[in-house]
Ligand binder design. Structure first.
Ligand code: FES
Length: 352
């Protein structure tokens, strides 16, 4: 007997240990999710992925229910849509989801679901704002009034990047994503990799530096390799009017699989620094620097190298390549030193 289940009346293959969500997606059926985070343990927190399973006493969360041989699943029934819509309405009433000024407008799963279910006026009363917004750090704004407690940030911090800086704290209507001791990010174990921001499906966690700089539909997304170290993490530059306003990771791309470190995500300001050297400088005999052409500077370095080698041998020269070099440039640097200059005095400044 082949491994199949019945998905919306159609025989569909399944793999061992698969959840309904994954098996359905493989079968070409999309089920909406909010809390589901690929690569992390499913929590079943949001109940947006509810499906009908024949014989089950209640609707099941597709993200956390294993699929089994012969199971009959319905993802598109009236009951399913009524339940999903109700859950979206409850989430909308859980905080201040006013999209007009939200940084996530245009990139918000809750907004998409509200649109899909044509929810113009929330059926339930909006909850009081319990916790003030926290933006005491240079990178991340935590707006608790927009948090739907899906737990994706916690899963990402604990299971994807394994920093374990945040968890779900308090109980019931007091629930909140907390750091150890419930202090601000600044006083916590947080290393500001920003993975929590990356996975937040609403506007509860946003990049501080990108605030007010552009909407998602106004930016061009340019894929590139992070310039910081030789790992080669894949990132997306969000560019508006020729200027980077935000950096995110490329989902599912190797080698970083949707993750970035604090430098890759937030430290792109140097590109626009007025102090950035764009022309070679040559130090004069009086100690002052003067601008020079690349030809002049390179000729001078080559001449000096030759003089040193002639006088003291190649081991009198050492090279340190830049931590921001790509692997190919670092390879060429060591080739230059070993094969051309003739020394093994070559290193890579990886610790910045
Ligand atoms: Fe399944 Fe949230 S996505 S419960």
């Amino acid at each position: 007997m082949s491994n199949t289940f019945i998905l919306n009346g159609k025989e569909t293959p399944l793999k061992p240990d698969q959840m309904i969500l994954e098996a359905a997606r493989n079968g070409g059926i999309e089920i909406p999710t909010l809390c589901y985070l690929k690569g992390a343990t499913p929590t079943g927190a949001c109940r947006i992925c509810l499906v009908e399973v024949k014989g089950a006493r209640s609707l099941m969360a597709a993200c956390s229910t294993p699929v089994s041989q012969g199971m009959e699943v319905f993802t598109d029934s009236t009951l399913v849509h009524q339940a999903r819509k109700l859950n979206v309405e409850l989430l909308l009433s859980s905080g201040k989801h006013n999209c007009m000024t939200c940084e996530a407008n245009g990139n918000c799963r809750l907004q998409d679901l509200a649109y899909f279910y044509k929810i113009t006026t929330p059926r339930f009363e909006e909850s009081e704002q319990k916790y003030p917004t926290e933006d005491e750090n240079p990178f991340i704004v935590r707006d608790f009034s927009r948090c739907i407690l899906c737990g994706r940030c916690v899963q990402a911090c604990n299971e994807l990047v394994v920093n374990r800086a945040i968890s779900l704290g308090y109980r019931g209507s007091e629930s909140k994503v907390v750091t150890g001791g419930d202090g601000p990010y600044n006083d916590s174990e947080c290393v500001f990799c920003g993975q929590c921001v990356e996975v937040c499906p609403v506007g509860a966690l946003t990049e501080k530096k990108a605030k007010g700089l552009g909407r998602p539909w106004e930016t061009q997304k340019i894929r590139t390799t992070c310039p910081y170290c030789g790992v080669g993490c894949q990132q997306l530059l969000h560019v508006k009017d020729g200027k980077i306003i935000k950096v995110t990771a490329v989902e599912d791309a190797q080698p970083n699989q949707g993750r970035l470190c604090v430098k890759g995500r937030f430290a792109y300001d140097f590109i626009y620094s007025e102090e950035r050297l764009k022309t070679p400088l040559i130090r004069e005999k009086n100690g002052e620097f003067r601008e020079a052409s690349w030809d002049e500077a390179l000729d001078l370095v080559a001449t000096k190298f030759k003089e040193i080698i002639k006088k003291d041998g190649p081991d009198a020269i050492a090279g340190v390549s830049c931590a921001r070099s790509i692997n190919e440039d670092s390879y060429q640097m060591q080739k230059l030193f070993r094969a051309v200059i003739g020394t093994n005095n070559i290193d890579h400044c990886a610790r910045t």
